[in-house]
Design a protein around this ligand. Structure first.
Ligand code: FAD
Ligand code: NAI
Length: 471
């Protein structure tokens, strides 16, 4: 290797956490290198996560709506067909456009993208094994680890991304499976189940817990969502676990068992999607050489300023604590740089929204009712159904509700939970309320335009301390 090059900041990983930190640091005039081994920037989110999944969700929803929800609107359509190849091409075009956009922003801010795999040589030196061959040594005043996460494997089922797939395979199937079994009714499971079910697959979701949605979703909202998704044709087996799978036959055969001691049964499927969570990814970093350890869940341990025990080495994004979400990774990228350049940064972990992009969307921020109850907090609930919201009714799209949870004494907003049209956009108002420590009355006394879906948010907030007007 040649002599080490000097940088102010070296970032390992060019996902959302890493690329956002790189841009923020570049804007502040730091000399930055970002090491990314993938052939495009943007990490999981842009390449095989948020962006391609939302492309498929958007376009399959449109297709499903044209098939099932046009006649009553006075729209008569002829022969409707899905061209899977074109669906995938549209997805790839979105991904490429966005990843190239980041490469452009890197150039604009004089950030060097080192294409290769990064590993530690010592506390201040990172080696990049270059994709094109050879290696480079980078010496840095500051180092960020932003290596993200990977799929948690399901023991006993070997992933081939054709028949036994992860989310990555589910974003690129070449044909619609006849029968699909999804292990895990969390966010990935439900988003991907929606995509392939809309295209005609018979989808069964097997979930270990007694409710869908993964961690954080309010139980009442999860129940409502399950009902809506069932009407769309998804089948659910809750309190159920997959015990073994046999992939030797033409169909994959799975033995499933009730977690409550019921009888076992066998389910056959053409394709099995494993979606039981993700785990931090640190392999190949040579962390031992600098004495850094991970906790029992594989997460790198940090303090409130993202520092490891070597204070100039910071960790951001999926590879450390907190929800594995792109916008959380982004906030941390900005804050970690601000700790270097300004001495202070800010992320409010109590106000990070979650959105599941099914149809309708499910979105929430703050605490769920079951959490508030378990914490022994005295609380009030206000709900408002979209079936009483004028815009939702006019749009013939009125399934779902908005739910506010407020502190019983102070009226402070503790949580906002929405299942319904545009929930993912509407939740921004709830997030602002939680961030600013607003009361429900603050939200309800704010004038909302008519007729909009956001009036359902206003009226749900009103329902915590008074009667809603339209329900
Ligand atoms: P990553 O995006 O995983 O990036 C880490 C990068 O580091 C990778 O590109 C990897 O190649 C690189 N890397 C790792 N080790 C090295 C090394 N040693 N050297 C060089 N490079 C290395 N979140 C949302 O908020 N909204 C969504 O809608 C959403 N949808 C998702 C859908 C799916 C199917 C999946 C799987 C995830 C989704 N997520 C979503 C989660 C989101 O993708 C992650 O939270 C986000 O990507 C985390 O960013 P990160 O930078 O921490 O890690
Ligand atoms: P998840 O944690 O959301 O859900 C996993 C589900 O699988 C849970 O409900 C869990 O109870 C269940 N499960 C675990 N083991 C099981 C078993 N053996 N049998 C049956 N069920 C089992 O994880 P998921 O869906 O894999 O997603 C990973 C992460 O990716 C999410 O937590 C989220 O952070 C991120 N993501 C975010 C998206 C978004 O923001 N829209 C979209 C997709 C992913």
């Amino acid at each position: 290797a040649s002599e080490a090059e000097e940088k102010d900041l070296v970032i390992i990983g060019g996902g959302v956490a890493g690329y956002v930190a790189a841009i923020k640091a570049g804007q502040a005039g730091l000399k930055v290198a970002c090491i990314e081994k993938r052939d495009a920037l943007g990490g999981t989110c842009l390449n095989v996560g948020c962006i391609p999944s939302k492309s498929l969700l958007n376009n399959t929803h449109l297709y499903h709506q044209i098939l099932h929800d046009t006649k009553n609107r006075g729209i008569e359509v002829g022969d409707v067909k899905m061209n899977i190849q074109q669906l995938m091409k549209a997805k790839d075009t979105s991904v490429t456009g966005l990843t190239k956009g980041i490469a452009f922003l890197f150039k604009k801010h004089n950030i060097e993208w080192v294409k290769g795999s990064g590993s530690f040589v010592d506390e201040h030196t990172v080696k990049a094994d270059l994709v094109e061959g050879g290696e480079r040594l980078l010496r840095a005043k500051n180092i960020f680890i932003a290596t993200g996460s990977e799929v948690s494997p399901f023991p006993g089922l070997q992933v081939d991304e054709k028949r036994v797939i992860t989310s990555t395979g589910a974003l690129a199937l070449e044909q619609v499976p006849k029968k699909m079994l999804v292990i895990g009714g969390g966010i990935i499971g439900l988003e991907m189940a929606s995509v392939w079910s809309r295209l005609g697959a018979e989808v069964t979701v097997v979930e270990f817990l007694g409710r869908i949605g993964g961690p954080g979703m309010d139980e009442e909202i999860a129940k409502q969502t399950q009902k809506i998704l069932q009407k769309q044709g998804l089948k659910f087996k809750l309190n159920t676990k997959v015990v073994t799978g046999d992939t030797t036959g033409e169909l994959i055969s799975l033995n499933v068992e009730s977690t409550k001691g019921g009888k076992a049964e066998t389910i056959d499927a053409d394709v099995v999607l494993t979606a039981i969570g993700r785990r931090p990814y640190t392999s190949g970093l040579n962390l031992e050489s600098i004495g850094l350890e991970t906790d029992d869940r594989g997460r790198l341990v940090i303090d409130h300023e993202y520092r490891t025990k070597h204070p100039h080495i910071r960790v951001i994004g999926d590879v450390t604590f907190g929800p594995m979400l792109a916008h959380k990774a982004e906030e941390e990228g900005v804050a970690a740089v601000e700790y270097i350049t300004k001495g202070h940064g800010h992320v409010n972990y109590g106000a990070i929204p979650s959105v599941m992009y099914t149809y309708p969307e499910v979105a929430w921020v703050g605490q769920a009712e079951q959490d508030v109850k378990a914490a022994g907090i005295k609380y009030k609930v206000g709900t408002f159904p979209f079936s009483a919201n004028s815009r939702a009714k006019t749009n013939l799209d009125s399934e779902g509700l908005v739910k506010f949870i407020a502190d019983a004494e102070t009226d402070r907003v503790l949580g906002v939970h929405i299942v319904g049209p545009a929930a993912g956009e509407l939740i921004a108002e709830g997030t602002l309320a939680v961030e600013y420590g607003a009361s429900c009355e603050d939200v309800a006394r704010t004038c909302h335009a008519h007729p909009t879906l956001s009036e359902a948010v206003k009226e749900a907030a009103m329902a915590t301390y008074d009667k809603a007007i339209h329900f």
